[in-house]
Every structure is written in structure tokens, then in C-alpha cells.
Design a protein around this ligand. Structure first.
Ligand code: NAP
Length: 279
């Protein structure tokens, strides 16, 4: 059975819009976008449309790829100091000559809507819910919750250990309240098939088209596909959806699974930043 991430995300967006309208909130999100990077342009365009739909004001600062790290940090400092801006998103990746960590450190943690600043990562580790949690892992946890998929005591195998998906997700799912036993797998892991076959829930975020095969999945497992890959121009996930759905009890399609949840969580985090800054 498909997990309808698109539908769940739509109902979250509706609730956000209602809260903004009912309470007369005026959240504003500032994007920093490298103008020559086509995929970033597409992602920011999608995020901006979602903002508009729920009543979040968005501002885009487009940057030449030749911008210096110093100049970008100066612009971020200005956004930090601007009381009209509640949330800041620097669309990654940045050009090679810029140290993205230094740029993330420059964002005011209270406006760090992606939840990538070390202060927010630290707060997430200790379970301080005043932090912005990274959007994709937060979206996956929310999706599991909304679909009534139990995580307590379950074996969850996560493929991919990036700071935007796998690592924070492993922390969230193994925290008190979620209570899963998490195995975090990466490119140096041995016996991947063994770990995957043992999992009640598989979450894949490696960016390898159709990598997870039916034979690797336990009968009745839940499969969550974060991957976005292209085969002959067609968007596909990391999981071999067509075949894996024969053994999985529930599975997210690509597109229409995790992606819309990531955007819904961005909107949710923006409103959260706005409310905290206004309080
Ligand atoms: P990333 O930073 O490139 O990390 C990929 C991770 O996968 C790394 O930890 C890598 O291991 C691991 N890996 C690669 N090949 C592997 C293999 N054969 N076996 C086991 N592990 C392997 O990627 P990312 O930014 O996390 O993104 C991952 C995928 O998710 C991409 O397709 C991306 O487009 C997608 N994504 C989607 C959303 C969404 O909202 N739908 C959001 C974020 C990302 P090492 O650490 O050992 O190199």
C-alpha cells in the first residue's frame, strides 16, 4: 500500500494556512540562491510557491556564483539583523570556493529554518523542541506518525549518513518517544542485505536509483524512499518501487512521498521561527 505523502503534506499546509489566517501571523522567509545553479532555482521556486499558498512572505536574494564567502556572510548578517525576516534558508550546494559550514554558522540559530546550525543540531540531540529540526528527517517522522506506523522497539535501517537526512533522522528515531533501534548504514557498511532484511522499517537516502531490491526487504516491512534520481529523465527513488511493493506492507512513492513532506516542514519551521521571534 502506498503512503500518501502528498496528501499528508497537503493537510499540514492547510493547517498552517489556517493558523496564519486565524492568528493574523506575518511570517517571512528569506532565501539565498546562487542564480546560475539550475536545480537550486527549481527547488527554491517550489518552496516559494508553497510559501505563497499558505501566506508566508518570501524574499529571494540571488547571488552570483562568484560571490565571496565574506560577502555572503555579510548579507546573512544583514538578514539576521533585519526584524522583518523570521527565517533564513541558504540553498545548497554553494560554489566550491565557499565553506558551507562557515555560512551555516553565520545564520542566527533562531532564524535557521533548515535546522543545520550546530546550536539547533545540539538542541535536537538533547531533545529541546525549541529548535528547528532538519526538514526531511522531521517530515519522515511526521509521516510515520500520521500513518500510525509504530516505531517503538522496531528495527529501523537507515541507508545514508548525511547531515541533512540520515544522521539527524537516526537521532530522532532512536530518541525517547520514538524508541526505535536504529542501524545507520553507509558506503563502508558491510552486509547491507543482512541489515536491511532484519529491518521492520527501511529508510533510504543514498541517491542511487532503484538500489534497494525486493530480495533485501523483509515481508511486511515499511519502506520510506528519500532518494531522488533520474533514469532517462524519469524521477525515481532509491527503492525498486515496482517490485518492493510486492513485499512491503507500506511504501512511499517517488514522487509524492517524502518530497512534499520536506516542503511542508519548511513552512512549519518558518511559522515556528516567526512565533518564537515574536514572543
Ligand atoms: P549525500 O550527502 O550524497 O549522502 C549520501 C549517503 O549515502 C552517504 O552517507 C553515503 O555514504 C551513502 N551511500 C552512497 N552510496 C551508498 C551505497 N552504495 N551503500 C550505502 N550507502 C551509500 O546525499 P543526501 O544529500 O543525503 O541525499 C541523498 C538522496 O536523498 C539524494 O537522492 C537526494 O536528492 C535525496 N534527498 C531528497 C530529499 C527530499 O525531500 N525528497 C531531501 C534531501 C535529500 P558515505 O557517507 O560513506 O559516503
Amino acid at each position: 500500500m502506498d503512503i500518501n505523502g502528498k496528501g499528508v503534506a497537503a493537510s499540514i499546509r492547510q493547517a498552517i494556512k489556517k493558523e496564519i489566517d486565524d492568528k493574523g501571523l506575518t511570517p517571512t522567509l528569506a532565501f539565498f540562491l546562487i542564480e546560475d545553479h539550475a536545480p537550486s532555482k527549481v527547488y527554491v521556486g517550489m518552496k516559494q510557491r508553497a510559501c505563497k499558498e499558505v501566506g508566508i512572505t518570501s524574499i529571494i536574494e540571488t547571488l552570483q556564483a562568484s560571490i565571496t564567502e565574506e560577502m555572503l556572510i555579510t548579507k546573512i548578517s544583514a538578514a539576521n539583523a533585519n526584524p522583518e525576516i523570521d527565517a533564513i534558508l541558504v540553498q545548497m550546494p554553494l560554489p566550491d570556493h565557499i565553506d558551507s559550514n562557515r555560512v551555516i554558522y553565520a545564520i542566527d540559530p533562531a532564524k535557521d529554518v533548515d535546522g543545520f546550525h550546530p546550536v539547533n543540531i545540539g538542541k535536537m540531540l538533547i531533545g529541546d523542541s525549541s529548535a528547528s529540526f532538519p526538514c526531511t528527517p522531521l517530515g519522515i517522522c511526521t509521516l510515520l506518525e500520521k500513518e500510525n506506523i509504530e516505531t517503538a522497539g522496531k528495527n529501523i535501517a537507515i541507508l545514508g549518513r548525511s547531515m541533512i537526512v540520515g544522521r539527524p533522522l537516526a537521532n530522532m528515531l532512536s530518541s525517547k518517544g520514538k524508541d526505535a533501534t536504529v542501524t545507520l548504514l553507509h558506503s563502508k557498511s558491510k552486509n547491507l542485505s543482512f541489515h536491511l532484511k532484519n529491518a521492520d522499517i527501511i529508510i533510504s537516502a543514498i541517491g542511487k536509483a532503484l538500489f534497494v531490491k525486493k530480495e533485501m526487504v523483509k515481508q511486511g516491512a515499511v519502506c520510506i524512499d528519500v532518494g531522488t534520481n533520474h533514469i532517462d529523465g524519469v524521477l525515481v527513488g532509491d527503492i525498486d518501487y515496482k517490485n518492493v511493493k510486492e513485499v512491503a506492507s507500506k511504501i512511499t512513492p517517488v514522487p509524492g512521498g517524502v518530497g512534499p513532506m520536506t516542503i511542508a516542514m519548511l513552512l512549519q519551521n518558518t511559522v515556528k521561527c516567526h512565533k518564537i521571534l515574536a514572543s
